[in-house]
Design a protein around this ligand. Sequence first.
Ligand code: 6R9
Length: 628
Amino acid sequence: MSTNHNGEFFYPSEELKSKLHVKNYDEIYQYAAEHPESFWSVIASELSWFKPWDKVLEWEYPFARWFVGGKTNIAYNALDRHVNTWRRNKLALIWEGENAEVRTYTYLQLQREVNRFANVLKAMGVQKGDRVSIYLPRIPEQMIAMLAAAKIGAIHTLVYAGFSVEALRDRINDAESKIVVTADGGFYNGKVVPLKNIVDEAVSKCPSIISVIVVKRTGADVDMTPGRDLWYHELMALPIASPKCDAEEMDATDPLFILYTSGTTGKPKGVVHSHGGYMVGTYITTKWVFDMKEEDTHWCTADSGWVTGHSYVVYGPLLNGATTVMYEGAPTYPLPDRWWSIVERHNVTIFYTAPTAIRSLMRYGSSWVNRRDLSTLRILGSVGEPINPEAWLWFYKIIGQERCPIMDTWWQTETGMHIITPLPCTPLKPGSASKPFPGIVVDVVDEEGESVKPGEEGFLVIKTPWPAMLQTVYKDPERYKQQYWSRFPGVYFAGDSAKKDEDGYIWIIGRVDDVIKVAGYRLGTAEIESALVSHPAVAEAAAIGKPDPLKGNIIKVFVILKFGYEPSEKLAQELKNHVGHELGPIAKPAEIQFVESLPKTRSGKIMRRVLRAQELGQPVGDLSTLEE
Ligand code: 6R9
């Protein structure tokens, strides 16, 4: 990219532009807007189908069924499709452990591992439609287990390994999984992260679980419950673990995975995605947004316990026949240049990460970067939270050497795929996710659902269905309707506020509901509060996100103690640890304030926005519903 900094835009170099899949965004956006069904069906035809679809879209508002009548399997498309070509002997996965060990898998090798584990699952009684929970660190088995489940038509449901007992248990119980796949631990920041004891504690109250499969990663001593717990490597050594396994022919609308995400109230929601629509959406966004070619080596630093890992570590890159990189450990272990050394040693061409990570690595200065050869990089990406222009410019200048455009991708667990994002041909404005992906229509609206004027803040909505749209909330279609389609009838309510500028560029501001994004991780106030009130000292609690220059937000909680308990530093620490144990270290509050009362509506709902405004010294706004 040239340094052509024309006004506020950054342009791709002519050289980069000449080789792009998409050279003209407006033209393609226009075509897709006029002929959405033919647009999506041409894209879907680039993938393999056992039977073509009868209908591109059946839109029974607010339920969208894509590629109805079509039969396919996403794991077939991610693996078998390539194994049937010259790509069988190219690398599908480069994995690096924190202790510097490297494992690689060609497409053929990965397919065989997946088939073997698929056969193990089958032999254990897992059938099409059954749920398999996966609670693993970032090791190849995480990806293998996902693809194995998908291959036999089972539904995978990952729980991020940074979550703990309560969070894991709730998710397994809601999904009613038969199996949970875990490990004896993982390596992170020089320490062993124990997982098996968390599983033991969680599963003691999970009646649906018949078996716990344990991958040996650290060699740490773990308790194995006879009759329930089995070693992964022992199962994979059995004759049943044959490397041959035909993909189950799935309806395009059959569920592929459930991923739990924090919502406004109560329990986490099980977001359901399908084999067909999700496949088409992740395939094409990976191809166009990152300009992915099969010779690319793509590294997305996310964990597959989150949607970013599902779509852009596992499915997107493999559907495109590229090489995907997975790294187990911390970005600064043993030194602050670990990530840049990975880029250098594995010749990474596309690098996709989160603003928090960029901000924290920025603090170590550019000399750690400059000693490394990052000349293979071509495209950069950002996701998870708004990227501030300062971090954007550092990423652009120091990591991308003013050569690599940054794709600031806005999307959600629910959207499955990128929704608002530049393409590499798009002129960029630092801090703006720019424009909707072709085929997608978005708007920023006011309280009444009317489009706001350029520069005014409003609510972000999506106006037409898209292929990787969530199908429903697992076992709760009412909640799906209520959560996403009731605030503004007819359109999808994303939960974010945003502005649109004079050029039609969208600037995301942040969540307007009770979701808190901490270091790019999505957490819900309800889960944090319920973890707090499960402590004997706590009568009531309210959690808010408080802006933080490094993490985007930190968690601050307001706590009312029960009679007989006195506020103290020690108790505050104990409560933080309690949340860490129940929900996970990522959900630990950074600040605790003991209070006598909380602002509530007359119907008894905590008004978190009042707490947030007070905390930030901002006007508290409309207080007409406040109790007193
Ligand atoms: C992919 C992912 C979704 C929420 C979303 C928004 C925030 C994601 C963003 C961004 C500004 C971006 N978000 N990408 N905000 N700019 N490029 O993060 O999914 O964990 O479900 O979170 O993340 O607030 O609504 P998820």
